[in-house]
Design a protein around this ligand. Structure first.
Ligand code: VAH
Length: 315
């Protein structure tokens, strides 16, 4: 049985449906602090769980005889900057609860998401290597770097089979933007369709590593289905994908919506974006568990506009 903690979030809501499609609806228990959308709630079991409460997590693991946990609950970069103490509590305590349950033999396998936010202003910015300087300057990035260290420690010290991926910015149309700095690349599609104008909170040249959600979900399933000995890196794997600037994304959208206009008004999130890499080297993931992404900027833009137009028309 699989438990997804944080099943109503940007990744969790789509990951739940994908895992239910692979393993069967009743074998994938969704959980979050609040209920999710109808697709999620109607397609399989749901439990209300506060990821920070060990007893709640532990009792759901016992009740459903859980084998694998995907821990997707966290505060993202921009939100975490507004609530540093709470972000640290949520991001770290939820991880310790799951790692300790696995150490006690109650869980067999864990997926825990890290992020390109673990890199900081002193990290080489282009084609950032798997092993390099990492001095994250955001609360979110600090929590992800610390989390990676703990995952590797629990693997080496207690044999906990925890697997992790450093996600780039993720782009999807099923859940609205959730407090991330890269979420301008989600927001822009809503605004292009609804208003034909977007006021972008990053400057036009801010290149960031990005990925369409389907690719990210395939990578998540891919690392979890890999043979244990093939997962050689137990901190977290770099995951590349595409890299583009707001200006390049805007230009791609205007191929579909010619009268779409944009203005740039960088806010506090500019400093966060400036501290992150522009592009990522994910050759380790390609080599160890045959990762490759499918969606380039053109394909991602097409599929986002097609699907989001349908969703927004029904509103
Ligand atoms: C954020 N989307 O912006 C997340 C992600 C790499 C970015 O961690 O905070």
């Amino acid at each position: 049985k699989i438990l997804i903690i944080g099943a109503c979030g940007q990744i969790g809501s789509e990951l739940t449906l994908k895992l239910r499609g692979i393993y069967g609806n009743d074998n994938v228990i969704a959980s979050d602090i609040r209920e999710g959308n109808s697709n999620l709630m109607e397609s399989g079991p749901f439990e209300t769980v506060n990821a920070m409460d060990f007893d709640q997590v532990s009792s759901v693991v016992e009740k459903h005889q859980i084998d694998e946990v995907y821990l997707m609950a966290a505060l993202l970069s921009a939100t975490a900057e507004k609530n540093p103490a709470f972000a640290w509590e949520l991001n770290m305590n939820s991880l310790f609860h799951v790692l300790n349950l696995a150490k006690e033999g109650k869980i067999k396998k864990i997926f825990w998401p890290s992020s390109i936010a673990v890199f900081g202003p002193t990290t080489p910015r282009f084609n950032t290597p798997q092993y390099t300087v990492m001095e994250p300057s955001t609360v979110y990035g600090i929590s992800k770097q610390a989390g990676e260290r703990w995952c590797e420690y629990y693997y080496n010290k207690y044999g906990v089979d925890v697997r992790s991926i450093r996600y780039p910015g993720l782009i999807s149309w099923t859940t609205p933007p959730g407090g991330g700095t890269t979420d301008y690349a989600v927001d822009i599609f809503y605004k292009a369709i609804e208003d034909k104008h977007y006021n972008c909170f990053l400057s036009e040249q801010s290149a960031l590593p990005m990925m369409y959600m389907d690719d990210a979900l395939n990578a998540t399933v891919g690392i979890m289905q890999a043979e244990k000995e093939d997962v050689k890196i137990r901190s977290s794997y770099n995951l590349g994908g595409i890299s583009f600037t707001p200006e390049e994304l805007y230009a791609e959208i205007t191929k579909h919506i010619p009268d779409f206009t944009i203005e740039y008004a960088p806010d506090f999130r500019q400093a966060i974006a400036d501290s992150w890499p522009a592009s990522i080297d994910d050759s380790a993931a390609q080599k160890d568990w045959s990762w490759n992404h499918k969606y380039d900027l053109e394909a991602m833009t097409t599929v986002m506009l097609e699907n989001l137009s349908k969703v927004l028309q029904t509103k």
